[in-house]
Design a protein around this ligand. Structure first.
Ligand code: SF4
Ligand code: SF4
Length: 284
């Protein structure tokens, strides 16, 4: 999708944003993916990724985060997770088909467990796809507990800690720009577009090159569907993806759990706060 196409496509989306349209947790829970007008998303074709980490660099630059050293291949020696200052990471996996590089970040679930779990509605699902958070985050970390992909990260070292994670370049989107990672990728391993279009494209790549891919689009249906979707040459479990998630949207599990256990629901933030304070005292 080029810039002109992109601006045209998101025209309606920006109008919605101006009206402050967001999907509240109850709406997120009530709707299924097919009832939402249009979601955007990113297709990650891991068969194209060369592990250059320019997406990591672009992400850090776009969000004023510490810059990674992308000249240092030793980072691939162990698996990395995202952190509060590294919203996307590229990992290398040794597989039956050789080395495969995989970019990971928040999946921007169609029906996000983190949004449904948030006590103060700091986490929001935008109707264009982005799962963002506001400054009213109280640091209760229920989003961390509920996320099936372990993506929200906590600013343990901040005096006023909040949650951080990829926001699918929400600010850039409103300015008509592509996500920084997508723009930076030199080999088009990342493609931004309307979710249904990139899903079509993913299926079409599998159909046209059936020997190059496993016949599965990860994120098409997992946990009710996600806005980041992936193609792979090997079973997804070999490149770090959970194979046990099923297709049921996670809010149906997590909110059910939280509301069924009011003790945990009410006291969890206090327990976490106490643990955090205790940890800090030990560190001091
Ligand atoms: S991957 Fe986790 S943090 Fe991202 S939208 Fe889904 S539930 Fe929320
Ligand atoms: S910029 Fe593209 S090729 Fe480079 S690591 Fe990221 S996804 Fe892979």
């Amino acid at each position: 999708m080029d810039r002109r196409e992109f601006l045209k496509t998101i025209g309606i989306g920006i109008g919605g944003v101006a009206c402050g349209d967001i999907l509240t947790p109850s709406i997120v829970k009530a709707q299924n993916a097919f009832e939402v007008n249009e979601f955007f998303g990113v297709l990650v074709d891991t068969t194209r990724c060369i592990g250059c980490m320019r997406c990591e660099m672009a992400c850090a630059e776009a969000h004023n985060l510490p810059l990674p050293d992308i000249s240092n291949d030793s980072v691939f020696e162990k698996k990395r997770n995202t952190t509060e200052t590294r919203w996307t990471v590229v990992n290398r996996y040794e597989t039956e088909k050789g080395k495969i590089f995989v970019k990971q970040q928040c999946m921007h679930c169609n029906q996000p467990a983190c949004v449904a779990a948030c006590l103060v509605k700091a986490m929001k699902k935008r109707k264009e796809a982005h799962v963002t958070w506001d400054t009213n985050c109280i640091g209760c970390r229920l989003c961390m507990v509920s996320c099936p992909f372990d993506m929200p990260k906590f600013e343990y070292n901040s005096p006023f800690p909040k949650i951080q994670k990829c926001n699918l370049c929400w600010d850039r989107f409103q300015e008509g720009k592509l996500p920084a990672c997508v723009e930076a990728c030199p080999v088009e391993a990342l493609k931004f577009g309307a979710r249904r279009d990139i899903l079509d494209e993913a299926n079409s790549r599998i159909f046209q090159n059936p020997h190059n891919y496993v016949h599965r689009v990860y994120g098409g249906h997992e946990v009710g569907g996600t806005s980041y979707i992936y193609l792979s040459a090997v079973p997804f479990e070999q490149i770090g993806f959970r194979g046990d998630l099923g297709t049921t949207p996670y809010p149906e599990f997590t909110t059910g759990f939280l509301y069924a256990v009011p003790f945990v629901f009410v006291l969890w933030p206090l327990i976490l706060l106490g643990m955090n304070r205790a940890t800090r005292r030990e560190e001091d």
